[in-house]
Design a protein around this ligand. Sequence first.
Ligand SMILES: O=C(O)CCC(=O)C(=O)O
Ligand SMILES: [Fe+2]
Length: 296
Amino acid sequence: MITTDAFEVKPIDAPLGAEITGVDASAPPADDLVRALKKALAEYGVLVFRGQHLAHEHEQVAFTQAFGETVVPWLHGGERNTFARIEEISPRPAYTGEHPSCVYWVNGPGYYDRPDDGYAQDWHADVSYLQNPLHYSFLYALEAPESGYQTWYASRYAAYDDLDEATKKRLEGRSIPHEFKSAFPNLSGALHPLVLKHPISGRRALYGVPGYDRGAPVGMTEAEWRPIRKRLEANLAEERFLYKHHWRTGDLLVWDNRCVLHRRGPQVRGQTRILRRTVAGDGSASDLRKRLLGWG
Ligand SMILES: O=C(O)CCC(=O)C(=O)O
Ligand SMILES: [Fe+2]
């Protein structure tokens, strides 16, 4: 078991993100370490663990499960088969593709080395189109070239703080529909709070927007919402909201989708990158909904 003695948080020189040293993610973390990491996630949004050795799925799954529930059953079907291309990498023994909560992103010659790099290049909060999103995402680089691939993160605390007081007031307490019909036509969407008070940090963040949100928040017209949405989109081009991660083999990134958005960086051609993603819930997600909106 790892304890928190050796664990250090070094804030990255960006509006969000911190590097964690002294944690070996291949060993199941002790409860106090998980608590400390969740606190760091609520504060910094995204944590970077360099030089990790998670050759086998079960190691990443065990680390992920320490944060909460991991299985997203429909990943068996939709996302897994559409995007993961497990069959193409299965000859490599480390990539068994056996655990239902593991998704692989495989980019490079013979895989996704095409002009359209898929939906991952749009900003989003993972699985926000589910009724009960699993808020922590874990992304591990089994293989990444020396330079090239990036994943970008945007602080949703900063996006909220940047709004004027009148707009904050207009958005407070509203919910907004999320869905992803183009990928999962049979999956009904979900309503989520637009302004989300993070249960650990107590700070307000704009949850999942822009992303899988569809249409105006409940009780607002399209005409009222459009200029606000446009401004939120424009923010995502500004460095003061962003951390741009440059991948290296062995990087493990963990982020809290309640307070960050992310997207894949610019298209890279001719180089292979293999990432493995898992997601975990946080018991407080449904509690939070109950408290904010009175939903069960
Ligand atoms: O491919 C990337 O860089 C990001 C993928 C992504 O959106 C995810 O893992 O949730
Ligand atoms: Fe994602």
